[in-house]
Design a protein around this ligand. Structure first.
Ligand code: DAH
Length: 351
């Protein structure tokens, strides 16, 4: 191998080693630059005799052309590699399936509550919501629940280890009944002026849906469940009105006329008399069985007093029903726990 061949070989491996444009241009300068190997060889020609100069010159020029060709090839290789890297970085896989986004939907209990709200709203009932952390006074005392009543015990009620500003213990409300008190007191305050001027107070008609909490958990009890409280107070609202109202509600809710309603005597501290409301369908999958759907009764005078109203002039009924139970009856669900497991295979059936 002569010196020009080895120069060519050296240039080839130098160019091949270059990973970047700048490295290649540095390598180029070492061969073709102003002080590069080839330039130096060409400068050396002057010292040769004329004959030799001609052949040597031709050889050097050929080597130079060879190095230039190698350089062009190396530049192309680098720019191809650069393009490839860029393409890879910006690659879009158009065959990748799009991300599915489920439509979502309302939980069967939410649907049920909305349905119940709409039915009672059509009968002139307001819808009210209130706090889930309640005072002892709202949950029990105002509802004529004596201090030593078993419902207050830790076995039944979740307590919050904290008192309110007035030193009253807080609990997770065990029922929506405190909303009777909150709403009726608000109503009494709103119309206090008119009543003191001898005018008639508008009736109280409200339902209050929401979460309630009890220390209880099995196939038919969950520590958190939903109730809907109802209250209708007027000058002379009676059990007859309760029966008519509740029957109208059942007819709308279950979309049937084929049922009976009965009041079964019961006890609640906040009502006197008190009754469980049972319904029995004449047809359909639930036909023939009495189903308990709500507690109810005529509001106790002591409770009317905690509304800041006069039990002589504010008379009416209250009821409380289990919203989860109403959803189960409507949709034919037999295990309460399904309602709170959050299993999409169950929930998606209601969309
Ligand atoms: N608060 C009762 C419970 O949780 C249900 C109830 C019964 C509500 C009678 C009422 C009522 O308003 O009048 O079991």
């Amino acid at each position: 191998m002569n010196d020009l061949d080895s120069l060519l070989a050296a240039a080839e491996s130098d160019f091949a080693a270059a990973q970047q444009g700048a490295e290649l241009e540095n390598a180029k300068a070492r061969y073709l630059g102003r002080t590069g190997h080839l330039t130096e060889l060409l400068k050396g020609l002057g010292a040769l005799p004329p004959e030799e100069k001609k052949t040597r010159g031709a050889e050097i020029n050929q080597a130079k052309a060879g190095i230039e060709a190698l350089l062009t090839a190396a530049r192309e290789r680098l720019s191809r590699a650069e393009l490839e890297t860029q393409l890879r970085a910006e690659a879009l896989d158009v065959t990748l399936p799009g991300r599915q986004r489920g439509m979502g939907g309302l939980h069967p209990v939410s649907r049920t509550i909305e349905r119940i709200e709409a039915i009672f709203a059509s009968m002139g009932f307001d819808v009210a919501e209130g706090p889930e952390i309640e005072t002892d006074w709202m949950s029990f005392t105002a509802l004529n629940n004596p201090e030593n009543h078993p419902a207050r015990s830790m076995q039944d009620t979740f307590y919050v280890d904290m008192k309110d500003a007035e030193g009253r213990w807080l609990n997770l409300r065990p029922h929506t009944s405190p909303m009777q008190v909150r709403y009726a007191r608000m109503h009494a305050a709103r119309y206090a002026d008119e009543v003191s001027q001898g005018r008639q107070m508008p009736e109280v008609r409200v339902i209050a849906p929401g979460r309630v909490y009890r220390v209880d958990s099995d196939a038919t009890h969950s520590p958190m469940f939903h109730q809907i409280e109802g209250l209708w107070l007027g000058e002379n609202v009676s059990f007859k009105d309760l029966k008519v109202t509740f029957s109208a509600f059942v007819r709308e809710f279950f979309e049937t006329d084929d049922f009976d309603v009965r009041f079964r005597p019961s006890f609640f501290p906040f009502t006197e008399p008190s009754a469980e409301i049972d319904i029995r369908f004449g047809s359909g999958p639930l036909a023939g069985r009495w189903l308990e759907v709500a507690g109810s009764g005529q509001v106790h005078p002591n409770v009317v007093r905690s509304y800041n109203l006069d039990p002589e002039t504010a008379i009416g009924f209250a009821f409380g029903m289990g919203a989860d139970r109403m959803a189960m009856l409507r949709y034919g669900i037999d295990d309460l726990r399904l309602m709170f497991d959050g299993d999409l295979r169950f929930l998606s059936q209601f969309q």
